[in-house]
Design a protein around this ligand. Structure first.
Ligand SMILES: Cc1cc2nc3c(=O)[nH]c(=O)nc-3n(C[C@H](O)[C@H](O)[C@H](O)COP(=O)(O)OP(=O)(O)OC[C@H]3O[C@@H](n4cnc5c(N)ncnc54)[C@H](O)[C@@H]3O)c2cc1C
Length: 242
């Protein structure tokens, strides 16, 4: 192992152990990480982790050793958190999710970002693919019962989409082709008129969909920048993101 990998492990990253791994569907895994530092974490829904999953593999170049995963659920008193990983990609993240097992050590770093819960609206629209589902669920669970929520969760195979940690399915599941911008816009046209008061949309997942829908809400619907929260999770021409 090179000096940079050693420094990353000892100085930059924290250590956690995989406590449980569950297959959520044919294309998604839930992984539970346990660590003393999770009990002390200052957490806001929307935080994610940078996981150094390729750190022990010398064949992977240093700039391709890390992937980001959103915190789906956290239990500070028991010192664990859950992440959900979509396995549609063919990269180190999907391979790690498939091969990892309880007892394995993982190196991670907390990331706050700005794709966080914003509870200032009366109604919300959550839009994302399989990779974004856990992030959108986490944010949705922080809204109050008075706040209205609708969601468009899509995948090429509807059965790949999984319920939230409490078994709830607060978003509608759709079977859609890759990069389904026109299909989503059709649904948005039906849902937006039903939204009451101050509105916010969350867009996450495929960067092509995020960019096109951000433009649609800002230009076509004339929504203010603060009403359109966007976070591309992956890009078809790139490895990892952020
Ligand atoms: C803030 C943030 C939070 C994230 N949270 C999550 C999360 O909670 N769960 C999660 O699954 N991912 C999440 N991601 C995406 C994740 O970090 C990886 O990019 C993803 O898992 C792919 O990694 P990989 O190493 O398997 O593939 P890569 O080596 O990154 O990519 C290999 C190929 O697969 C394609 N690809 C990547 N993702 C997908 C996909 N979902 N569907 C189809 N093709 C894809 C790439 O475009 C590329 O062509 C998040 C990303 C960010 C920036």
């Amino acid at each position: 192992m090179g000096i940079i990998e050693k420094l990353l492990k000892k100085v930059v990253l924290q250590e956690a152990t995989i406590e449980e791994k569950t297959k959520l569907s044919s294309a998604a895994y839930k992984i539970r990480l346990k660590s003393e530092s999770i009990a002390k974490a200052d957490f806001t829904p929307g935080y994610f982790l940078r996981l150094g999953i390729g750190i022990d593999n010398e064949d992977i170049p240093i700039n391709d050793k890390v992937r980001s995963y959103s915190v789906w659920d956290i239990n500070k008193s028991k010192g664990f958190l859950d992440i959900a990983i979509a396995a549609h990609s063919s990269g180190i993240g999907a391979a790690w999710a498939a091969q990892s097992k309880p007892g394995d050590t993982v190196y991670f770093k907390w990331k706050k970002g700005n794709f966080l819960v914003d509870d200032s609206a009366d109604s919300y629209l959550m839009i994302g693919d399989l990779s974004a589902l856990s992030h959108l669920y986490m944010i949705n669970r922080s809204f109050s019962k008075q706040q209205q929520v609708a969601g468009i969760a899509y995948s090429q195979d509807r059965s790949e989409l999984f319920p939230d940690v409490d078994g709830a399915t607060p978003f509608t599941f759709y079977e859609m082709p890759p990069n389904p911008v026109p299909e989503i816009v059709e649904e948005v046209k039906k849902l937006v008129p039903k939204m009451k008061g101050r509105k916010i949309v969350y867009l996450a997942g495929d960067s092509r969909v995020c960019v096109a829908l951000n433009q649609y809400f800002r230009k076509e619907l004339q929504w203010d920048a603060k009403q359109v929260k966007t976070k591309p999770f992956w890009n078809p021409t790139k490895k990892g993101l952020e």
